[in-house]
Ligand binder design. Structure first.
Ligand code: ADP
Length: 283
C-alpha cells in the first residue's frame, strides 16, 4: 500500500512474469520503500496543487476586493469634487442636487464601511478571534429594526415580517443583526425584478431552538453551486452583482459560533430561502 498520514492513497502491484522468479523478503522491503517514496511524491504533488489553488483564489479575491473598494471611492470622490467645484465658482448649489450628492456620498461611504468591516471580520475568523458577546435579546425587535433600515432603500421589494410579539434569546445582538442584514441584503440584491421577501421568526413552545427564515423570489441558486455558497469568496454568479463572496461565509461562522446552523432550501416556486436555526431561545 502507498500510505500517507494513515491514508492509503494507492497500491503498488507486482505482476507475475514467466521468468519463474520468486520475490523474496529483500524484494518486499524494496517494494515497500518504493511505495513509501511514490506516496510521498503523490502527496507532495497534491499539496502543491492545493496550495496553487488557494493562491489563485486569494488572487481573484484581492482583485475583486480592490475593485469593490474602488467603486464607492470613485463615486465619493466624484461627488465631493463636484461640490467643491461649485463652491469654488461661488455658484449657488441647487438644494435638490446637493441633497442627491450628499445621499450618494452617504450610501457609498456606508457601502465602503460594510466592506471594510467584512474584511476585518474575515481576518478575525481566520485568526480564531471572532468572539461573541451574548446578552438576552428580543429578536423580534432586532429584526424589525433591521427591516426598518431597509424599507426606504427599495420600492420594488416588499419586506414582510412574521414574528411573535416578543422572542427572547441569549445571543450576540450585533452579530445576529449582521446575519439578518446580510441575508436580507442578498435577498434584495439577487431579486433584481423585485417581489416579496419573507422574514419569518419562530420558536416551538417549550423548545430552545429558534428558526429564522429569509425567503425571496429572485434568481435562485443553480444546483451546481448550492454545496459551495458558504465557502469563502465563492460566488454563484460570475458578474453583474456587486459583492465579494464573503457575506455567507461570515454569516455561517457567526451562526456556528452560536451553536446553530444555516441551511439553504430551494422553494418549489423558485427563488431562494435561507433557514437559520439558533439555540439559546428563552421561553
Ligand atoms: P456576495 O458578496 O457575492 O453577495 P455572499 O457570500 O453573500 O457573497 O453570497 C455568496 C454567493 O451566493 C453570491 O455571490 C450569490 O451567487 C449567492 N447568493 C447568496 N444569496 C443569494 C440569494 N438570496 N439568491 C441568489 N443567490 C444568492
Amino acid at each position: 500500500p502507498m500510505k500517507m498520514r494513515d491514508e492509503v492513497i494507492g497500491v503498488l502491484q507486482f505482476a507475475a512474469t514467466e521468468s519463474g522468479y520468486h520475490y523474496d523478503e529483500h524484494d518486499l522491503s524494496l517494494a515497500q520503500d518504493l511505495a513509501r517514496r511514490a506516496a510521498m511524491a503523490v502527496d507532495n504533488a497534491r499539496l502543491y496543487s492545493e496550495a496553487q489553488q488557494a493562491i489563485a483564489i486569494r488572487e481573484d479575491f484581492l482583485s475583486m476586493a480592490a475593485h469593490e473598494l474602488k467603486t464607492p471611492v470613485t463615486s465619493l470622490r466624484g461627488f465631493a469634487q463636484l461640490l467643491v467645484r461649485q463652491l469654488d465658482l461661488k455658484r449657488e448649489i441647487d438644494p435638490a442636487r446637493l441633497r442627491r450628492a450628499l445621499d450618494t456620498i452617504n450610501q457609498q461611504s456606508e457601502r465602503l464601511l460594510r466592506l471594510i468591516v467584512r474584511l476585518l471580520d474575515l481576518s478575525k475568523i481566520e485568526a480564531g478571534k471572532l468572539v461573541l458577546e451574548p446578552e438576552i435579546t428580543n429578536l423580534t425587535t432586532l429584526i424589525e429594526r433591521v427591516v426598518d433600515g431597509f424599507s426606504t432603500g427599495s420600492d420594488i421589494h416588499q419586506l414582510e415580517v412574521q414574528a411573535p410579539q416578543k422572542l427572547q434569546a441569549l445571543v450576540d445582538p450585533l452579530r445576529i443583526e449582521q446575519v439578518v442584514t446580510n441575508l436580507i441584503d442578498n435577498a434584495i440584491k439577487y431579486s433584481p425584478e423585485g417581489g416579496p421577501i419573507k422574514i419569518n421568526l419562530s420558536q416551538e413552545t417549550g423548545q430552545p431552538n429558534i428558526r429564522l427564515l429569509v425567503k425571496d423570489h429572485g434568481i435562485g441558486i443553480p444546483p451546481v453551486h448550492r454545496e459551495r455558497i458558504f465557502e469563502p469568496f465563492y460566488q454563484a454568479q460570475s458578474r453583474g452583482f456587486a459583492g465579494i463572496g464573503m457575506g455567507l461565509y461570515i454569516t455561517r461562522q457567526i451562526i456556528e459560533l452560536h451553536g446553530g446552523k444555516i441551511e439553504l432550501e430551494i422553494p418549489d416556486e423558485g427563488g431562494t430561502c435561507f433557514v437559520v436555526t439558533l439555540p439559546g431561545g428563552i421561553n
